[in-house]
Design a protein around this ligand. Structure first.
Ligand SMILES: NC(=O)C1=CN([C@@H]2O[C@H](COP(=O)(O)OP(=O)(O)OC[C@H]3O[C@@H](n4cnc5c(N)ncnc54)[C@H](OP(=O)(O)O)[C@@H]3O)[C@@H](O)[C@H]2O)C=CC1
Ligand SMILES: O=C(CO)COP(=O)(O)O
Length: 339
């Protein structure tokens, strides 16, 4: 595989980890950071102290705060900013007015109110003016482990199979295995919805509940994700894959998960504002809980776990009471969501 110039827009934990994968594959990587101080520190010290302090950046990673410089003559642009930054990032990309052969986003969220997936937000902003080849990369992949070159598997999905295959070639190595999929709706939804369930598992564990409760939320959680996702046009099988069950497992059980840690603190009765401030990194599940609640209402789909988490986050419900109400729901047949 020949060396390519690749831009990574977003200098947080995930952008930095993905840049390391690409640099390991021999590509010349230009990370775009939005703050000069961070770009300077990363270029001079070859580390990202704020977001991924244990990782060392290979020599073929450079950092700039200039989007045009980052993307000029690029074979691919990777977008790894939080969902709340996607529209602004897309606008900056369009301003540079350069055709881009491949755009891969690695962001996991749904926008409240519009209820758009990330690729839909990008399309609404006009991303197709610079590229038709839009791909999502998702799966069980904490940045900290990826940066340590721990074995990791992800899925890349696009409506254009050739674009998914080119992304697979770009990222794949012996430590980072990449599968393709054509179910972009399912892959984007899986990555976003599992964050809500990780908040729920964290909440339960913060309350002192044990392994049974964790397994219950994860299992009924994937049922809920599948029920809503299928209604929105996703392939139900996608939720059994890396971007569904795989990411649900890692996010609900890993010490690295910001969503799990946020849920845990909420379960210990720390106020939401304080939890988010102390985290210092994005907790996508909070806004996604709001979006999923709105989406479920629009689609007429029951999402009891999401609704319980929504009440804790936004309606002042106590986590104990939310858990009790979940357990007291009408009796159900287990596989109702599959019929
Ligand atoms: N961390 C992980 O292990 C994984 C994360 N993801 C997903 O990747 C996405 C990015 O997360 P992650 O890197 O972890 O987040 P972090 O909180 O680690 O970093 C966020 C980065 O995005 C920048 N940023 C924040 N808001 C904006 C904005 N409006 N415009 C441009 N840049 C912005 C921040 O810049 P600044 O420092 O200047 O604020 C920072 O560089 C999320 O959707 C997350 O769910 C997916 C897989 C794994
Ligand atoms: O998506 C992730 C791992 O696959 C990261 O999850 P957190 O944002 O909860 O850390």
């Amino acid at each position: 595989m020949g060396a390519k110039k690749v831009a990574v827009l977003g200098a947080g934990s995930w952008g930095t980890a993905l840049a390391i994968v690409l640099a390991d594959n021999g590509h010349d990587v230009m990370i775009w950071a939005r703050r000069h101080s961070q770009a300077k520190e990363m270029n001079e010290h070859k580390t990202n102290e704020q977001y991924l302090s244990d990782a060392f950046l290979p020599e073929n990673i450079q950092v700039t705060t200039n989007v045009s410089e980052a993307i000029v003559e690029c074979e691919a642009v990777i977008i790894s900013v939080p969902t709340s930054g996607i529209r602004e990032m897309t606008r900056q990309l369009l301003k540079a007015d350069v055709k881009i052969p491949l755009i891969v986003h690695a962001t996991k969220g749904i926008e409240p109110n519009t209820l758009f997936r990330v690729s839909e937000m990008m399309k609404e902003e006009g991303i197709n003016e610079v590229s038709d080849d839009i791909v999502v990369l998702s799966g069980p992949s904490h940045a900290e482990e990826v940066a340590q070159r721990q074995p990791t598997t992800v899925t890349v999905s696009s409506q254009i199979m050739d674009a998914a295959k080119r992304s697979q070639n770009l990222f794949m190595n012996t430590r980072f295995r990449v599968y393709t999929s054509q179910d972009m709706v399912g892959v984007e939804l899986g990555g976003a919805l599992k964050n809500v369930m990780a908040l729920g598992v964290g909440l339960a564990e913060g309350l002192g509940y044990g392994d049974n409760a964790r397994a219950a939320i994860m299992t009924r959680g994937i049922a809920e994700m599948t029920r809503l996702g299928t209604k929105l046009g996703a392939d139900p099988l996608t939720f059994a894959g890396l971007s569904g069950l795989g990411d649900l497992i890692v996010t609900c059980t890993s010490k690295y998960s910001r969503n799990w840690r946020a849920g845990y603190q909420l379960g210990r009765e720390t106020p939401l504002d304080q939890v988010l401030e102390e985290m210092g990194m994005v907790v996508e599940g909070v806004k996604t809980t709001q979006a999923v609640s709105q989406m479920a209402k629009r689609e007429g789909v029951e999402v009891p776990i999401t609704s319980a988490i929504y009440d804790v986050l936004f309606n002042g419900q106590s986590p104990v009471q939310a858990g009790r109400l979940l357990m007291d729901r009408d009796p159900k047949k287990e596989t109702e969501h599959l019929q």
